[in-house]
Structures are given as C-alpha cells and as structure tokens.
Design a protein around this ligand. Sequence first.
Ligand SMILES: Nc1ncnc2c1ncn2[C@@H]1O[C@H](COP(=O)(O)OP(=O)(O)O)[C@@H](O)[C@H]1O
Ligand SMILES: O=c1ccn([C@@H]2O[C@H](COP(=O)(O)OP(=O)(O)O)[C@@H](O)[C@H]2O)c(=O)[nH]1
Length: 317
Amino acid sequence: MSVAVAAGRQAWRQLARNTGTSAAIRRTIFSLPKSQHSPFRPAFNTTSKALPRFSQPQYRSYSSGGSSGGGTQVKFWPFVMVLAAGSAGWVLLINRQKTMPPNPQATTTITKPTPAFSPAHVTVLFVLGGPGAGKGTQCANLVSDFKFHHLSAGDLLRAEQERPGSQYGQLIKDCIKDGAIVPMEVTVALLENAMADAIARSGSRKARFLIDGFPRKMDQAFEFEKVVCPAKLVLFFDCPEEVMEGRLLERGKTSGRADDNAESIRKRFRTFIETSMPVVEYYDKEGKVVKVDATPKPTEVYEDVKRKLLEKLGENF
Ligand SMILES: Nc1ncnc2c1ncn2[C@@H]1O[C@H](COP(=O)(O)OP(=O)(O)O)[C@@H](O)[C@H]1O
Ligand SMILES: O=c1ccn([C@@H]2O[C@H](COP(=O)(O)OP(=O)(O)O)[C@@H](O)[C@H]2O)c(=O)[nH]1
C-alpha cells in the first residue's frame, strides 16, 4: 500500500509540474466537488435520502492514445499510476469497512423514525378520562406543584379552528360538535409544535409535559410515541357518566363551547367508551396507568393524584 501511495504521490507531482497546480488538475480530472470524492460514501449510502453514489461515469475518460494527437507535453503514465494507487487504496478501505460495525444513525433512519424528543430529557404524562371528568382542573394543580407544561389537545384544536386561514378549521369544528376524533396527523402536529415552542421558551432541553385529553384513539397513541416522544404513564380520571354530564351541563352555561350541550355530550360519551377506553386498557396492560377516582371534590381528587403519582414515579421523576 505505501509503495503504491508513494508512486501515486510521485506521479501527482510530475503531473502538477507538467500542467499546473494539483488543485487545477483535480478540477480538470474530476468535474465534481471535493466532498463527493469521499471513499466512505458508498458504505454509508444506505438510505434513500443519501447523496447519489460516487459513480464511474462522472470521471472523464482518458486513454494513453490521447498524448499522440494534440502535441501536448503531458505524459500519461502518471495518470495510470494515480489510478492504480487510488484503486488499491479504495479496495483496502472497502474491505476494512466490511468488518466495521454499521453506523447506527445511518440505519436508524430507515428502520424506525426517531422521536423528536428523547424521554431522557422530556417526561410525558398522558391525562385521560371522560368528558368533564376533571382533567383540566387537576392539570392546573399539577402545573403549580411540579412545573409541568400543560398542553390540552382540545384547546390546541380549538385554537387551530379559530386561526385565520387554517385549512383544518371547518374539519375541527365539525368533529368537535359531533364528539368525533380529529384525524391524528393534525393533533399530533399541533402537540409536537407546542412542545417544541415550550422547550424553546424555557431555554432548557429538560421538560415535563401533561398532554391532556390525548391520546383518544389507538392510532394517535402509536403515532405520538413513534414520532414525538414515548410517554411515561397515563393519569386516568375515572368518573361515572351521570356525574360528568352534570358537570358539563353546568360548565356549558359559561364555557361558550359548542360541544357542552346535551346532544354533543351524548356523542362524546359514546366516542369515549368505544374509542378512548381501549387506549386506557392498552396502557393498563403495559402497567402504565395511574387510576384516580374523580368523583370527590377537587381538593380530595388532587391529594389522591399527588400521592399516587409520587408513589409511581418517585420524588425525583
Ligand atoms: N372534582 C370535581 N368536583 C366537582 N366539579 C368538578 C370537579 N372537577 C372539575 N369540576 C368541574 O367540572 C367541569 C369539568 O371539569 P374539567 O376540568 O373542565 O374537565 P375535563 O377537562 O375533563 O373536561 C368544570 O366546570 C370543573 O370546574
Ligand atoms: O386528541 C384529541 C382531543 C380532542 N379532540 C376533539 O376535541 C373535543 C374536546 O376535547 P377536550 O379534551 O377539550 O374536552 P373534553 O371532552 O375532555 O371535555 C373532543 O370531543 C374531540 O372532538 C380530538 O379530536 N382529538
């Protein structure tokens, strides 16, 4: 290898003397930017996003016959030496890389999308429970005691619905009125953006989030954990329908919400039982649910929430 490299170097100098600087030669021989000459590129070219392979047709073709025609002083044996030395080095490098472990970043992108936030820095708690169970009320308490960022999926959707020019405004409006679930792409994107904003504003990459009223459907749960952040646990507020109905009708007197009326409430209850309870059951099987009785008065519910969360997560979660 060293003999070949030395011969190549010698040939390179000879060529430079004959036709100008080595940089000029490089530009003449390879009409490619320098970065595309990396011998490592083919080994890492495993994803569809990778740059195109360094391919032979991009070389100009040279042959020893060229020296006889133009009356030039350039000798062509140095080219042969350079190519021979380069090819030998190339083969050695390729063989060495076959024995190297794969680049984990290069392979991760094709097999599984990386979540935007790492659970090592970001703690996510999903907060679930039927409509009117008291999720928002208890989240407010947790925010003041544990410095959580509180993100209500319903609030984010309502804000998007009101945003001038939103292409999802009408869709969100119709879903909310009918107690149906907005397509997950919209909600997951709103949550991810809101998390990124909160983290940027806090100036620290460590953060705790209460994701309130989400995920309400299995596809949302899978998508969020895959592309945004795996969740640590689910805080589930258990409340009978008749209690929730009374609270919602009372809230409807002042909330101004289009869905706090008897007809929408009925539809929301049905969606909750059919679509959202399976999410709670799924996480329960994973041992990730902290269940709290939501029927006592708010202060008592909160005492229970605090005690059970600390029991599950420890003081320094
Ligand atoms: N434990 C409770 N007892 C009585 N009323 C409650 C309790 N928790 C919440 N509320 C009231 O019930 C309504 C629904 O609570 P909210 O926190 O908005 O529920 P959710 O976010 O689950 O829809 C609100 O008007 C709230 O003040
Ligand atoms: O992930 C979500 C969360 C909420 N919603 C919609 O927003 C409504 C209100 O949800 P919110 O959590 O604000 O209120 P809740 O029903 O819990 O009182 C729901 O009925 C759904 O129509 C949704 O589509 N996807």
